[in-house]
Design a protein around this ligand. Sequence first.
Ligand code: G1P
Length: 301
Amino acid sequence: MSAPKVRTAVFPVAGLGTRFLPATKSTPKELLPVIDTPLIQFAIDEARNAGVERMIFVSHPSKSAIDRYVLDDADLRRTLRARGKAGLADELYEHAIDEDNHEVVFVMQEEPLGLGHAVLCAKDHVLPGPVAVILPDDLILCPKGCLSEMIEGYASGGAGHLVATMDVPWEDVGSYGILDAVSRKGPFVRARGMVEKPAPDVAPSNHAVVGRYVLDAHIFEALERIEPGAGGELQLTDAIVADMGARGLAGFAFSGIRFDCGSKTGMLAAQLHMAKDDPAFNEVIGDLIESTVPPTVVTAA
Ligand code: G1P
């Protein structure tokens, strides 16, 4: 039996971005760029390519710059055209969400009560059927798009709630939701449980959940039932676990690479990765490598 279509993507973007202060004092972390492309753009493109119809941004009143970024700005495009920059105006139009083709909803999460609470804020705005959740600070580069791969996997039916997964070093398991995995078949990692941010000595595995989810719509009922968990927050992980008996749970080992752009090292790695493949940056990358190669030491005989 094939699964119903995934028509809604939820983007939890209300977080304060404390790991990137002072930059995030006035710029939402989702607008920090990898070279010239804000993180939120990668997430929007991934959702669009995956065929979602409605995008719900669960944001915060202090982050109105996100609204300005994701929606079309016809005045700015007009100004650019008037200055002979029609190409740039066209590019901006392509990046923005075209409201003729996609519905856009902004919902406010006034208090930082956790990822589970953020997703619950979207409850009254989702279209019928399963829901995708995308965390924009997890940048995932994969030829087809991680969400497209997952939705294809989900459509093959029977997987239950689907969470993107990858192996992380054991010392890092305390930063993630971690799967209690029982078996693997192709990209599917069948799991009998999941725990949010376990200590390494009690973690059931090092199969971490990263920021892409395809969730059965029953997740909202589970989110309404759960109590605060790790860090005193309402955890999406706990709601998935609460509902997995009825719906099932699997990790999805996506192809491609993921950068934790919520951390400085992850963001730097993403920048360097993008730059190394772009001829415009050959020289600067070449100079950097040259300056870090230790000079040959010539010892006197
Ligand atoms: C959230 C989730 C966690 C997941 C992680 C992926 O944690 O709660 O289960 O592994 O995203 O990035 P956060 O990074 O928001 O603390």
